[in-house]
Design a protein around this ligand. Sequence first.
Ligand code: NAG
Ligand code: NAG
Ligand code: NAG
Ligand code: NAG
Ligand code: NAG
Length: 563
Amino acid sequence: MNTLLTFSLPLLFSSLVWSGYLEYDQDVLIPDDWNHGGRVDPTDQLELTFALKQQNSDLLESILGLVSDPDSGLYGKYLTLDEVSSLVNPSKLTQKVVHHWLQSHGITNCLTVHTQDFLQCSMTAAVAEKLLPGSNFHRYTRDGHSVVRSSAPYSVHDDVHEHLDFVGGLHRLPPKGQDLSQASSHREMKQSEAAVHLGVTPAILRARYNLTAADVGTAQNNSQAVAQFLEQYYSPADLAEFMGMYGRSFQHLSQVDRVVGTQGKGKAGIEASLDVEYIMSTGANISTWVFTNPGRHESQEPFLQWMFLLSNMSDLPWVHTISYGDDEDSLSTAYMMRINTEFMKAGVRGVSLLFASGDSGAGCRHLGKENSFRPSFPASSPYVTTVGGTSFKNPFKVTYEVTDYISGGGFSNVFKMPDYQASAVDGYLKTAAATLPPQAYFNTSGRAYPDLAALSDNYWVVINKVPVPWVSGTSASTPVVGGMLSLINDQRLLQGLPVLGFLNPRLYKLKGKAMFDVTEGCHLSCLDEQVQGKGFCAAPSWDPVTGWGTPNYPELLAALLAE
Ligand SMILES: *[C@@H]1O[C@H](CO)[C@@H](O)[C@H](O)[C@H]1NC(C)=O
Ligand SMILES: *[C@@H]1O[C@H](CO)[C@@H](O)[C@H](O)[C@H]1NC(C)=O
Ligand SMILES: *[C@@H]1O[C@H](CO)[C@@H](O)[C@H](O)[C@H]1NC(C)=O
Ligand SMILES: *[C@@H]1O[C@H](CO)[C@@H](O)[C@H](O)[C@H]1NC(C)=O
Ligand SMILES: CC(=O)N[C@H]1CO[C@H](CO)[C@@H](O)[C@@H]1O
């Protein structure tokens, strides 16, 4: 892994230059599935993002703790974007130094955001390489999609080092759109068994989670969103057809109210359709937005682009669901820390961010002879709610749920375990002690995930006008949970209560109340002699496979409606 960075850099560069690297632990290797398309032309335009050092990050974290803790007098006292801006915006000195640095390289074409902590600037490749010594821009292509990235780490001048967190647009690559229908070909057993099973539809989900026909949104200004970063777009026609086929038993909307960003061209994507079709099935009759930005620019990091928008829009949907993740070990600490601060900025505004926990169980990182599990970010962030996956015990019926073996889960190696989950996780480590994987595979001092779960197996989706079965993954369970939280927000808004915001502190205080506990099954991990493909196993109460389990909607509503 990442040999260039971890091993050669300290040998090649003096410690003086070393200090100029903002992201010394960022993986800069380009994965094999990208084809090298040669050096960029020096006159080609790049668009880079500068994350300026913020103020008051510690205060931001304390405020998030207070506004999300139901036992605090400040619960639900959310900040406006203006208030967040005055709290975190970079110091005058930081702004001056960074602007001066950019200007001295002739870079004047920059956009900022409301919070003034990001700058997005256009420049030629020649200027970028001078500005960021070490960087070396090349074009890479995969499946007809082209990106520009640096093949080597960048540094910044010592004068600006302390004023920046990272520069975006050099290293991180867009995720590979997981072919969700293909994912089910790994399930041959299940598929043949399930030949007579009807599969998961909105009606099945609503039955399992006890949503009645009356459980739909009615509040005026409630809304929810899905954010998508793949080279995919959702199709309005597919959504309308899906709702026509599967939405007969409940009041719902059949259109997305707002698309933020640019919709791609070509065929609709399964994942894009899945998110929208299912958040609008549980979060029925609630205004839904789609944030989408398929590769508007070759040097863009789509996920970062969405973070940008959150800092620039004063009026946001209350619930966002996102199916996106990278291996923690492929990302620089500086980047993850800053993205975490961005999550806090959303949380203090009352926005709930739900991330899919991933589809590789505990994951596996091969380090020579030793293996370890491989946590995924942002699933491992302490400031988001992470959603795992389950299957029906009996695939032919609406029964209780068991672990979906793909359900992502485990312990962060980067983020410390937050207080809100310490006793729950400790309880698990004690109860499950006899069946835990070897200690060397995971880090019990880290943030443990997921936080809760929902069905993630055997969904029906309408894609390019055709109903498609067997669609699976935590990108299905995440919008399902998101829609239910939106329904609860709806009831809270109707009663004049603040929305739920960052849910975890409150969720963990319920101690599993109002949830269907998932206690059977293990998820997958390394295929080696020691663990033989087995990661963690579900257990009574919280576990790092399905979290607290799946929502029993009427009970969860009652529990979360109390002020
Ligand atoms: C943020 O919004 C303002 C207007 O509200 C706009 O001028 C600016 O360009 C936006 N920033 C980005 C990065 O899009
Ligand atoms: C909800 O669903 C479960 C299982 O499907 C059922 O046992 C329970 O009675 C239902 N109703 C409520 C209000 O929990
Ligand atoms: C759907 O939502 C709207 C408000 O957006 C509300 O006026 C209407 O009554 C809702 N429909 C149902 C069946 O509750
Ligand atoms: C374990 O996690 C902690 C943060 O909780 C981190 O500081 C430490 O470096 C991690 N250990 C390993 C071996 O990754
Ligand atoms: C987030 C959201 O849906 N906000 C809407 C609230 O209502 C105003 C006025 O109707 C809209 O402009 C917002 O978009």
